[in-house]
Ligand binder design. Structure first.
Ligand code: GLC
Ligand code: CA
Length: 554
């Protein structure tokens, strides 16, 4: 594989609303990110991915953009954005924006024009169908649980939305619309943006079926049917993606990471040598507890064997054709410590073990704000505490389906995206030092123990360990293997052993993990290896609970 610049990166993801507030309105802002750039530099990462910052009515916290060329006033100004790009650049940190182009906000001027004027020149920017009987064209369900169709005013016309009704889908079949999107990308790159995380890009092509007048068998009490098979990775999507790559990304050699799960057979087209993107996010292990579930509030059972299988399989599939994007958390996921560790066992060793498990996989590792200090889920106990449009929709749908309040709250407590969106915990001051006003989301009550200030002063903190991992990857003599080396999963008979190698031409790194709360015998031959990183102070005759060691071959 050619050594592209973005192979040698570690990404830090920032959810701007919850990162750092500088003007006391309780909402994080771009100035807050600028203020914390030294922290990010000390962490050692070289790329920041910003969740959406464009102008937005914030129904889905920025994933509903009403002006692609502006910055939302709650977060700052275009000048702040330029200053952020410049200040980050001084610290050798590049910035990725979130590119949300499957849909816009219903407040975008294109859509507003369509609502007001049936002859609008933007009519064909959207997917609109008129029916003779005044019923929605079909009964497919959107990702947030309602119909994919919403009526326009009192008319018989309906617009299509993959997500909430406030997020009308754009019509990618229209070349004028595609040109607008290219222009947006080129504009931000001309401002110094180094690339994009690309939202919901697998949804831009719809099949005729989901757009046609039909009635399909319902799969829930709501009379609707899941539409995944008709609005994800549809044949023909490659034409749109190839055009984006050639016209928008190639001229700037940008880094692109797409939010799309790609079937193995298509992976090469997406991330191969001339793929559409630099890398794609894989959902197999992030969603291991919900994959394949259609009913709201149900979990999928999984165990360590499944987890290992998902991770190893994803690594092997990916390295055949391209580059991976390993992650444990993002703004759509609950905190990883709660997902992957048993209750009562969330502590320094287990948290750093999870870190090692994913961080040395082959690909660009992503760290979500707060993950590096071991932030955990919020103890939600009342539906009124939630903000996320998705959580509220799930609640409604599950209530309608007759689920108990208790079951729904248990699900949301473990699974809601709001878990990741509570304010970043900077210190033990009021509101964790996030704001001097009152925060838009409650601060996790554990902020006195879990915060940046405390962990920066403690050599044996999760934060200190993350810094070591990042340094080992970016600056050590084993970099060749850790960054570029091939992945080889090592099988043992024990589910709790997670062992893999990273192999380069003249170098080898061995990652050994005891994913268990008890001591267990060593499962690898260590004689030929030096210790590069260890979450314990020493190596004993047995592996310690949740011990994680990175070895380098002598
Ligand atoms: C992506 C985003 C998510 C958002 C959705 C709709 O999945 O990650 O936060 O709600 O797209 O834009
Ligand atoms: Ca603010």
């Amino acid at each position: 594989m050619k050594k592209k610049w973005w192979l040698d990166t570690v990404v830090y993801q920032i959810y701007p609303k919850s990162f750092m507030d500088t003007n006391g309105d309780g909402i994080g802002d771009l100035k807050g990110i600028i203020r914390q750039l030294d922290y990010i530099e000390r962490l050692g990462v070289n790329v920041i991915w910003l969740n959406p910052v464009n102008r937005s009515p914030m129904r889905d916290n920025g994933y509903d953009i009403s002006d692609y060329y502006d910055i939302d006033s709650s977060l700052g100004t275009r000048e702040d954005m330029e200053e952020l790009i410049c200040e980050a650049g001084k610290r050798h940190i590049k910035i990725l924006m979130d590119l949300v182009v499957n849909h816009v906000s219903c407040e975008h001027k294109w859509f507003q024009d369509v609502l007001q004027n049936p002859e609008s020149p933007y009519r064909d920017y959207f997917i609109i169908r008129e029916t003779a009987d005044g019923n929605a064209p079909n009964n497919f369900r959107n990702y947030f649980g309602d119909s994919v169709w919403t009526r326009i005013g009192n008319s018989n016309r309906f617009y299509f939305h993959t997500f909430a009704k406030e997020q009308p889908d754009l019509n990618w079949e229209n070349p004028l619309l595609r040109q607008e999107i290219c222009d947006i990308i080129l504009y931000w790159q001309s401002k110094g943006i180094a690339g994009f995380r690309i939202d919901a890009i697998g949804n831009i092509k719809k099949s005729e079926k989901i757009l046609s007048e039909c009635k399909v068998p319902a799969d829930g009490e709501d009379g609707l049917a899941n539409g995944d098979d008709y609005l994800l990775n549809q044949p023909g999507i490659g034409e749109f993606l190839g055009e984006l790559r050639d016209k928008a990304f190639k001229p700037y050699d940008s880094m692109t990471v797409a939010e799309v799960s790609v079937p193995q057979k298509d992976l090469e087209a997406y991330i191969g040598e001339n793929g559409f993107f630099s890398m794609v996010f894989d959902f197999s292990y992030a969603d291991i507890d919900t994959n394949g579930i259609i009913k709201p509030c149900e979990f999928a059972p999984w165990d360590l064997k499944d987890l290992k299988h998902c991770i190893y399989q994803s690594q092997e599939d990916t390295q055949k054709v391209g580059w991976a994007a390993p992650y444990l958390e993002n703004h759509d996921q609950p905190r990883s410590v709660n997902k992957y560790l048993p209750d009562g066992e969330i502590q320094y060793y287990s948290i750093t073990m999870l870190g090692v498990l994913y961080f040395f996989l082959r690909g660009t590792p992503y760290i979500y704000q707060g993950q590096e200090i071991g932030m955990s889920n919020y103890p939600f106990h009342d539906i009124r505490q939630f903000n996320d449009i998705g959580a509220l929709a799930t609640y409604k749908r599950a209530m309608d389906a007759g689920d108990s309040e208790e079951k729904i709250m248990d699900y949301l407590r473990r699974r809601s995206r709001d878990n990741a969106r509570t304010p970043m915990q900077w210190s033990d001051e009021p509101y964790a030092g996030f704001t001097e006003g009152s925060p838009w989301m409650p601060v996790n009550p554990n902020f006195k123990e879990i915060n940046v200030k405390r962990e920066e002063a403690d050599e044996k903190s999760v934060l200190a360990f993350y810094k070591k991992m990042i340094r080992l990857r970016r600056k050590s003599e084993y970099k060749e293997a850790i960054v570029y080396g091939f992945f080889e999963g090592i099988e043992t008979n024990e589910a709790e052993d997670f062992i893999y190698k990273r192999i380069a031409e003249n170098q080898e790194v061995l990652v050994t993990i005891n994913y268990a709360s008890r001591r267990r015998p060593w499962c690898v031959e260590r004689a030929d290896y030096d210790i590069l990183l260890n979450n314990y102070d020493s190596i004993e005759s047995e592996m310690q609970p949740y011990q994680a060691v990175v070895f380098g071959k002598k």
